[in-house]
Design a protein around this ligand. Structure first.
Ligand code: NAG
Ligand code: NAG
Ligand code: NAG
Ligand code: NAG
Ligand code: NAG
Ligand code: NAG
Ligand code: NAG
Ligand code: NAG
Ligand code: NAG
Ligand code: NAG
Ligand code: NAG
Length: 771
């Protein structure tokens, strides 16, 4: 469809913009054509042509089975169905699965290879356990508000950093022959009122509506999803929230319009659990698969109703065929029809704890014997301390079991390390190595005394006798372990550490001149003690997964040189984040107005560092900041090479849409290079970062001062230097033009800076792309 037709369709759609229970179907649904998956599309078309109407409606609805959800097998066609499992950091419903570091932890590595590896290794476990689909990775929430309860599942509030890590994760997952499901599309930036509720009169109060202008959508929230489509992601999950008043899973403009027409997405749109709010309106708006479909406890909008809708013409049979082909194409593309392992039986036992028992299944499934799953090899200097003090309730072993999903909220436990967040993005631990355990394993007790107090209340007691009892002297180093919990289903109420963590640091630092604070956290925190003279180091370990203790010991003893970088800003105080609050109030909680919940994204593109930079606000630790045991320098010169032949035009040349949109958006127009040197004494990894200031052009709203447009992780031995190049695509130097509905390179000068954080620039240059 041409852009003018698209705009016209959008215009028509806007007439029904107020629709909550289904926008009218004005945008003709874009039929998948296979895109770069032509062989698989042919196989899928063959398969679908053999299906009966009953089989077709089953193929697009979830059902009970041994997995979180299943697509029913069709035995006469040798289709064993699909086993779909959570989630982004572990195969949650399976014993002996590895629990990998959370997305936020990967984001802090700024390392595309690690993101790929996590995806690949995670997906190998899915495959070994007979699960075809990973529900992950996550780029929504992006992290508009630091209080977002699920931000840790994704990567960073910066769309460029998230875009690259999201895509590397998808590539890793799909390289292992498993389908990725990129979630949650789109504007799912808070947990509070993410789903509709019922007021005390029994009337429906609709989900929060994320009201996002077109440019902000393209430049922030859609940005990583566009890359995911380009990378060939199998599936995209539509979200609970409403977008501009219309539910995410029946939003014609978001699904048929942006995702399938503008971005040319060829896979299938799967609903979040219970995010489907209608039958034919959702189907005609572009949703392809309803979850959990006909499983117990959920309203069934599809299945037999979809069959009836096809019979009475409110859904065209061609549309249902398109849905089925979209579901089967990635399956064939990833060769899941060829010898994919059967389902690990432990999945059904775990599923029975929360969802359904085998006697409730409507279909029969085949199982394997328990497959073996490899463990993750985890990677992360103390100088022979004679005495070590370990403090805080985050230092020891878990005390309330190994799951953060089956007993949702258990992660609020007082005693035990916090290795992950809660909810469906979590994992069932096979084991967890606590920091205290790893420290004890590391030291030789004959040479090093390890003393510990894990009770925060005892530590913060005035003149605590427990601290006084640490004899013979103040420890050479005091390691304080803090935690900060978050879970799906609720947003955070504070950015402070849990369990009086701030007071714990103050109590220890008052006595111990060498206090090292280690945090296990879901993301943004305030650190009022950061400049305390006795706090000598802060290690943000985020949510490291099962190897929590070993990874921190590696860094503490210098076996691994830390090279993480903040994927968000740590501001000076909580109120500094008030530019993008969670929409919530007592009045809203008690409202009788069905559409009262409105989140206006009026800050537009100014979230996280873009906000602090724009308003010239000082921060504690800026986006991109991080320390190392070595030092690096950047050469003063930035080399610039124009890669395009001939004059660059403001808009991309016309080209047939492929997955990801106009392929010319990805043309590399410039290559910038700098030289990076390890100037210290040990080997380590630098993360040079490229930021651009784009001219305003014809943009009406806020324009960020600096935007990240390149980063690389560079491993260097002492004295070694290396040339690092950053390629700039057309999209990287464009704004989204809402009138032209196109990415447009603005007239004027682009400023480029390279450094080691968003506020630490060492080299700069400029160029005029349109000259
Ligand atoms: C998709 O195919 C159907 C049936 O063949 C057709 O009616 C519809 O217009 C097509 N959609 C687009 C956007 O071409
Ligand atoms: C199903 O598999 C069996 C055994 O491999 C084979 O004989 C049969 O032809 C297959 N049927 C279809 C429809 O592919
Ligand atoms: C949402 O509304 C804003 C403001 O009218 C508009 O710019 C944007 O395109 C709309 N987005 C969608 C997906 O409807
Ligand atoms: C067609 O069937 C669907 C599903 O039963 C129903 O919701 C819809 O109202 C019907 N439409 C017409 C025009 O009969
Ligand atoms: C499941 O297997 C049982 C026993 O073999 C059989 O009776 C039943 O019909 C099967 N169910 C389905 C849906 O195939
Ligand atoms: C994990 O560690 C083992 C032994 O330490 C090694 O053989 C293997 O190659 C490592 N795997 C990865 C993926 O790094
Ligand atoms: C922790 O310390 C407080 C204050 O001394 C005490 O009341 C509490 O019982 C202790 N908790 C445990 C589990 O020992
Ligand atoms: C730092 O530690 C020393 C003990 O070595 C203590 O005397 C001093 O008061 C501490 N400083 C602060 C600001 O608490
Ligand atoms: C939302 O508001 C209600 C009512 O004021 C309050 O109880 C709840 O804690 C708030 N939630 C968050 C995440 O702030
Ligand atoms: C959101 O924006 C709409 C449209 O501009 C406005 O009517 C409404 O009052 C705003 N809501 C809030 C909570 O700011
Ligand atoms: C930030 O500082 C710059 C340079 O001093 C100034 O031009 C700009 O107006 C300031 N912005 C705000 C929002 O105060």
């Amino acid at each position: 469809m041409s852009y003018s037709k698209l705009k016209k369709a959008f215009g028509l759609w806007l007439l029904s913009a107020g629709a909550v229970n289904g926008s009218s179907d004005h945008i003709p649904y874009p039929n998948a054509t296979g895109g770069e998956w032509d062989r698989a599309f042919g196989q899928a078309s063959d398969f679908v042509s053999q299906l009966t109407l009953d089989e077709k409606v089953l193929l697009v609805s979830g059902t009970e089975g041994p997995c979180l959800v299943n697509i029913a097998p069709i035995n006469r066609l040798n289709f064993t169905g699909l086993c779909i499992q959570n989630g982004p950091l572990a195969l949650e419903q399976g014993t002996y699965s590895s629990v990998f570091p959370a997305g936020i932890t990967i984001a802090a590595t700024w390392d595309k290879k690690i993101a790929f590896q996590r995806g690949f290794q995670l997906a190998e476990e899915f495959r070994a356990k007979g699960s075809q689909v990973v529900l992950g990775p996550v780029a929504g929430p992006l992290g508009r508000s630091g209080m977002g309860g699920r931000n840790w599942e994704g990567f960073s509030p910066d769309p460029y950093l998230t875009g690259d890590l999201f895509t590397s994760s998808i590539n890793g997952i799909q390289r292992a022959g498993v389908q990725a499901c990129a979630k949650h599309y789109i504007g799912n930036e808070q947990e509070t009122q993410r789903q509709s509720t019922t007021d005390d009169n029994g009337n429906t109060i609709e989900s929060v509506s994320s009201n996002i202008d077109d440019r902000t959508l393209h430049e922030l929230y859609l940005w990583p999803f566009q890359q995911a489509v380009k990378a060939g992601v199998a599936s995209i999950m539509c979200s609970y929230n409403r977008l501009n008043q219309t539910y995410g899973c029946q939003n014609d403009k978001a699904l048929n319009g942006i995702l399938k027409t503008e971005l040319g997405f060829q896979g299938y749109v799967m609903s979040d659990w219970g995010a489907t709010h209608s039958g034919s309106p959702a189907v005609n708006a572009g949703e392809d698969m309803d979850m959990p479909g006909i499983s117990k406890g959920y309203t069934v909008f599809w299945h037999q109703h979809l069959k009836a809708a096809v019979k009475n013409g409110s859904v065209a049979i061609e549309r249902l065929d398109d849905m089925c082909r979209r579901v089967m194409t990635p399956y064939y593309h990833l060769k899941q029809n060829e010898g994919f392992p059967a389902i690990d039986p432990s999945e059904k036992d775990l599923n029975a704890l929360l969802f359904s028992t085998p006697d409730e299944y409507k279909f029969n499934y085949t199982y394997s014997s328990h497959p073996n799953v490899d463990d993750l090899n985890s990677t992360l200097p103390l100088n022979k301390p004679g005495t070590i003090g370990v403090f805080g309730n985050d230092a020891g072993d878990l005390t309330n079991g190994m799951s953060y999903f089956y007993f949702n909220g258990v992660g609020k436990y007082e005693y035990g390390v916090l290795p992950t967040g809660g909810g469906s993005g979590s994992g069932l631990f096979t084991y967890v190595v606590s920091p205290l355990e790893a420290i004890k394993q590391k030291v030789d007790f004959k040479k090093t005394l390890v003393q510990y107090v894990l009770n925060n209340s005892a530590i913060i007691e005035p003149d605590s006798p427990y601290l006084a009892a640490l004899q013979p002297s103040t420890p050479d180093v005091c390691l304080v372990f803090l935690k900060s919990w978050a879970t799906e289903g609720e947003d955070r109420e504070t950015l402070n550490f849990d369990w009086d963590g701030d007071k714990v640091v103050e109590s220890i630092a008052a006595k111990c001149p060498n206090t090292v604070v280690i945090t296990h956290s879901n993301g943004v925190n305030v650190m009022p003690w950061a400049n305390h003279p006795n706090v000598t180091a802060i290690l943000a370990a985020h949510l490291p997964g099962e190897e929590a203790g070993n990874s921190i010991v590696d860094v503490l003893w210098g076996d691994v040189n830390p090279s993480g970088r903040l994927p968000y800003t740590i501001a000076k105080k909580e109120s500094d984040y008030s530019f993008a609050p969670i929409t919530n109030s007592t009045a809203l909680v008690n409202t009788h107005d069905p559409t009262a919940w409105q989140a206006n994204f009026t800050e537009e593109v100014l979230i996280d560092y873009r906000h602090f930079d724009y308003y010239n606000k000082s921060v504690l630790y800026e986006f991109g900041f991080g320390l190392s045991y070595t030092t690096f320098s950047v050469g003063k010169e930035i080399g610039i090479h124009r890669l395009s032949k001939g004059q660059v035009k403001a808009t991309p040349p016309h080209a047939k849409t492929v997955p990801g949109g106009n392929p010319r958006l990805w043309d590399d127009l410039y290559e910038l290079s700098v030289s990076i040197k390890n100037t210290g004494k040990v080997a380590g990894a630098a993360v040079p970062q490229l930021y651009l200031t784009l001219p305003r052009g014809s943009v009406k709203g806020y324009v960020a001062k600096n935007v990240l447009r390149g980063f690389e992780k560079v491993h260097l031995t002492p004295g070694q230097s290396e040339k690092v190049t950053f390629k700039l695509t057309r999209r990287d130097i464009s704004h989204w033009d809402t009138v032209r509905q196109e990415w447009v390179i603005p007239t004027g000068k682009v400023e480029a800076r390279v450094g080691f954080s968003s506020r630490d620039f060492h080299a700069s240059t400029s160029f005029k792309p349109l000259d």
